[in-house]
Design a binder for this molecule. Structure first.
Ligand SMILES: NC(=O)c1ccc[n+]([C@@H]2O[C@H](COP(=O)([O-])OP(=O)(O)OC[C@H]3O[C@@H](n4cnc5c(N)ncnc54)[C@H](O)[C@@H]3O)[C@@H](O)[C@H]2O)c1
Length: 283
């Protein structure tokens, strides 16, 4: 099927990024927020990133104006009725996502593709809320969505081949690098990266290594573009802990449980770059 019009539910960190990807790729995009103020805030975030892109000569002023002109805002899920693809990026709470999918199932055309950007919930359990669960897939973008190319296209047991293919093709057409995967805990990247980063953090205490030295070791010795402490600071220590807890709950391996040092940093409000402090200070 041809996707012309895209809906994005939630214009928070991920939703705003996904909507930006969509409008920059030339799709008319409807962004739905819970109120007008949050909608305008999401749009302002996109405008700011695009303006920076113009300043850095990554796009022209005309391209920016055209992109932002493709975005409309609404507070009603019913306004997504004409969308061919709807990507949900609301809070990571199963009852909320199920509520959104039950409503999307009612208001959209039967052939529209419904995608969730969940990181840690089961796509199958979200899909169960729809009467037509075969059109539900996962589309797991990475933060920041306009910058990181990967999108994990997640097939739940109920997902149809057509829905999976349409989501994959759309992501590719929007300039992303989609990969196919199944609805297993952590999908691909988080399943590998979360326990690995937890191992790195545990080495700090087990081996008495300073965060600066750990990061220097992994960038210079293992070729990582960014050290593990810098990466957890960038992702957000709370976000990493949440993902660790979700994986640990599902798979039960000790490596997946968040290390004590991260829990202490969270307790101190040192959540990484977004608070100005984490393993490192950013002010
Ligand atoms: N932040 C990341 O690094 C990241 C990466 C990949 C996937 N995700 C996933 O993306 C999704 C969104 O995460 P985020 O980081 O953008 O969160 P966020 O807190 O920035 O945004 C949450 C969004 O949910 C909306 N929301 C809150 N309560 C709502 C309600 N009752 N009804 C409808 N909408 C409501 C908010 O208005 C906002 O748009 C989550 O499922 C998360 O797991 C996050």
């Amino acid at each position: 099927m041809e996707i012309r019009r895209v809906g994005v539910v939630g214009l928070g960190t991920m939703g705003a990024g996904i909507a930006q990807v969509s409008v920059q790729a030339g799709f008319d995009t409807v962004g739905r927020e819970v109120n007008d103020e949050l909608g305008e805030r999401g749009k302002a975030t996109i405008d700011r990133y695009l303006t920076r892109g113009v300043e850095k000569r990554r796009l022209t002023q005309e391209e920016k104006d055209a992109a932002i002109g493709r975005l409309t805002l609404t507070t009603e899920l019913a306004d997504l009725a004409n969308c061919d693809l709807v990507i949900e990026a609301v809070l990571e709470e199963l009852p909320l996502k199920r509520e959104v999918f039950a409503e999307l199932d009612r208001v959209t055309r039967p052939d529209a593709i419904l995608a969730t950007n969940t990181s840690a919930l089961s796509v199958a359990e979200i899909a169960e809320a729809a009467d037509r669960p075969e059109r539900v897939v996962g589309m797991h973008f990475f933060n920041p969505a306009p910058v990181l190319p990967l999108v994990e296209i997640v097939r739940a047991p109920q997902s149809s081949d057509d829905a999976v293919r349409a989501a994959y093709d759309w992501a590719q057409g929007a300039g992303k690098q989609p990969v196919n995967c199944n609805d297993t805990p952590g999908f691909i990247v988080n399943r590998i990266l979360i326990p690995l980063l937890n191992d790195c953090v545990r080495v700090l205490d087990e081996a008495g290594v300073a965060p600066e030295d750990l990061d220097k070791a992994m960038t210079n010795g293992a070729g990582w573009p960014l050290g593990p402490c810098g990466l957890v600071d960038l992702v957000g220590i709370d976000v990493h802990i949440h993902a660790s807890e979700a994986l640990y709950e599902k798979l039960g391996e000790e490596r997946m449980a968040p290390p004590e040092r991260l829990l202490q940093l969270q307790k101190q409000g040192r959540l990484g770059r977004k608070t100005g402090h984490g393993f490192f200070d950013y002010e």
